[in-house]
Design a protein around this ligand. Structure first.
Ligand code: ADP
Ligand code: MG
Length: 324
């Protein structure tokens, strides 16, 4: 056999991987939590590979049942229904996620605020529906994370204002992705990608390569604005293109400024890179609301977390650690 040594080595490696090992990639995509769930993982057993992808889908469904604002039976809906009347005892998981969300409100000058839903519930982006100014003004005082009161010993929560509603749409998917990665690790998986909508976390590498994760062009879904080689880290993107409608030349989209109860307009997308998908998710929403200057200031003060912003004139901005 005549060949250059490099081609021979490659040939032998291919022979070995196709006959000597049963390890392969497993992949599954499903629509859960109102978004696209995607899992890819490497396993040397069919049974484990199938069980692991299914375990991720089950975790996504479990969190949807617990935290969906659209399901009357969810713990979140029941909290919204009763917490203005008095303390409601919730699961440890929900209690801790809501506590974290409120901590993040404090750290983002109120830009991330799960009580945005006090006004936010009046928008229906699929039906081109938005509240009028009279209703926004009436409900705006209910947007304030300080209305959420905690009783640690009993894991109970109450609302100090009768119009408060909360929604975890800006943090629950990140939480679900972190939980999924923890489940995969426990099952012995070493290489995986889990995505829920704009939230992605990577376990290890893509075997001998990094994962290539794209940040899409906010105005063209078939184009990437940036592609990043990433290993063992997470990336979340918040964009004004996920859920929106247009009226009289204005874009009404799903990221709301807690100050005004209307869509935040300074940027088109924000991507955050950091170890926790839960924090990336909340930070991408917060930085979207804060805009370029305040958003970058926040990221440059937050160790371990970096960001890329596409502003309204489609210019890219990078946090300090990415350009150093
Ligand atoms: P997605 O991955 O669905 O695009 P994002 O991380 O971009 O989610 O967050 C958008 C979601 O966050 C909205 O659909 C809404 O549920 C919630 N949200 C909107 N504005 C705020 C805000 N100011 N603070 C916290 N959550 C918000
Ligand atoms: Mg988010």
């Amino acid at each position: 056999m005549k060949c250059s040594s490099r081609i021979c080595v490659l040939f032998l490696v291919l022979m070995f991987t196709s006959t000597g090992s049963l390890a392969k990639w497993f992949e599954k995509k499903q629509g859960i939590m109102g978004t696209n769930i995607h899992v890819e993982l490497w396993s040397d057993s069919d049974a484990l590979g199938e069980a692991a992808t299914e375990a991720v889908m089950n975790e996504m469904r479990r969190i949807d049942e617990l935290m969906s604002p659209y399901k009357a039976s969810s713990e979140l809906s029941q909290l919204n229904e009763s917490a203005a009347k008095g303390p409601v005892t919730v699961s440890k998981e929900l209690y801790e996620l809501i506590s974290l969300a409120v901590e993040l409100s404090k750290e983002t000058q109120g830009a991330f605020d799960i009580t945005f839903a006090s006004v936010g519930f009046l928008y229906d982006y699929r039906e081109n529906k938005k509240p009028d100014q009279v209703n926004i003004s009436k409900l705006l005082p209910a947007i304030n994370y300080r209305h959420i009161q905690f009783i640690e010993v009993s894991h109970s929560i109450s609302f100090a204002n009768e119009n408060v509603k909360i929604d975890l749409g800006g943090i629950a998917k990140g939480h679900a992705v972190d939980n999924s990665i923890a489940i995969l690790k426990k099952m012995g998986i070493k290489h995986a990608l889990v995505t829920a909508g704009g939230d992605t976390r990577l376990l290890g590498s893509r075997l001998d390569k990094p994962w290539m994760v794209g940040i899409r062009d906010p105005r063209n879904k078939d184009k990437q604005a940036v592609v990043l080689p990433l290993v063992d880290i997470a990336l979340s993107t918040s964009g004004d293109y996920e859920r929106y409608f247009e009226e009289n030349g204005l874009r009404y989209h799903h990221i709301l400024s807690p100050k005004t109860g209307t869509s935040a307009y300074e940027v088109q997308s924000v991507s955050i890179i950091g170890p926790s998908s839960t924090l990336n998710d909340a930070l991408s929403t917060a930085v979207f609301v804060l805009g370029v200057q305040k958003g970058m200031d926040l990221l440059n003060m937050t160790p371990g977390y970096d960001g890329i912003i596409v502003d309204n004139s489609r210019k890219l901005h990078y946090s300090n650690a990415l350009i150093e």
